[in-house]
Design a protein around this ligand. Structure first.
Ligand code: NAP
Length: 264
């Protein structure tokens, strides 16, 4: 697989790191205005670092545009004539819709929108994928690439905004829950570092339990809530303060904001 990444900032270089780790390409072009962030990849086999976006596109079959929304239109326009029917064009730019990409490079091209989160830097991203009609033929290829960097889910493009809230903003929501647990643990007498480790490992264990058992969260809650015990006492106190409601309201507020930004 001949892959190019156009824009090697935070996300582009994380994707590059994952691809290099998994050795999942026959050639990898890393193209950026300023190649300083990816100098370390110079010595990797079959990796070419360049500032020539058009060259990167011409020499590749899969092109991942990892650019800021304010840059992507101009860059895509500048390489549009190099994009042929065999190319698979992927874009991570938030809010940059498939119809817009089609207007720049043609609806007859394979186009896939990709919405990862920052955990992609450690190969643990939940990445959502949405394709245009032509791109649906290549969705398995996109899954193959991004499954190496975490997990993937194929969704309709209309759900990309919602996925951004749950998965990309979701990282911040979970971090805040972990921080609150840490604050509680310190109040119960643990040192800050101990409190942090207890909170993070318990969060990790909870997610792993669900992933590995395939169970519903409430089944795991039932296993640790003795009738009249301390866990149900704590859980119900949290719910009286609106824990679930606060989370749901936050998610909905975030979704309303992202839709407002899109339409303004
Ligand atoms: N970070 C995330 O967790 C995340 C999650 C989901 C989606 N996204 C989306 O991913 C995209 C990239 O985010 P990021 O955080 O990786 O941004 P970033 O760090 O700013 O990376 C973008 C890179 O593109 C380079 N660039 C700008 N113009 C270029 C050009 N003409 N040719 C080649 N390279 C060019 C930039 O160089 P300069 O810095 O010199 O301008 C920068 O190195 C955004 O659209 C964002 O919405 C990010």
């Amino acid at each position: 697989m001949k892959i190019a990444i156009i824009g090697t900032g935070n996300l582009g270089s994380s994707i590059a790191k994952g691809l290099i780790k998994n050795k999942s390409f026959t050639s990898l072009y890393l193209s950026d205005k300023n190649t300083a962030a990816v100098q370390a990849f110079y010595k990797e086999d079959y990796v070419t670092i360049t500032s020539d976006n058009a060259e990167a596109v011409k020499k590749s079959d899969v092109v991942i545009f990892a650019l800021q929304p304010r840059h992507i239109e101009a860059v895509m326009e500048s390489v549009a004539k190099c994009i042929k029917k065999h190319h698979v064009i992927m874009s991570v730019a938030a809010g940059f819709e498939i119809s817009k990409i089609e207007s720049l490079i043609g609806a007859d091209k394979n186009i896939i929108r990709v919405m990862p989160n920052t955990a992609i830097s450690i190969g643990k991203s939940m990445t959502c994928l949405a394709a245009n009609d032509k791109g649906e033929e290549k969705i398995e290829l996109a899954k193959k690439i991004f499954n190496q960097l975490g997990a993937t889910m194929v969704i309709p493009e209309e759900q990309i905004q919602a996925a951004t809230v749950i998965c990309a903003s979701g990282i911040a929501f979970w971090m805040r829950l972990i921080r609150a647990t840490t604050q509680g643990a310190i109040q119960l007498g643990f040192e800050a570092e101990e409190a942090h480790e207890l909170a993070v490992q318990t969060c990790f264990g909870s997610a792993s339990l669900l992933l590995e058992s395939g169970k519903h969260p409430e089944q795991e809650i039932d296993r640790v809530t003795t009738p009249s015990g301390c866990t149900i006492e704590g859980l119900n106190a949290m719910e009286h303060q609106g824990l679930s409601s606060a989370l749901i309201q936050g998610i909905v507020a975030s979704f309303e904001k992202i839709n407002h930004l899109k339409n303004s």
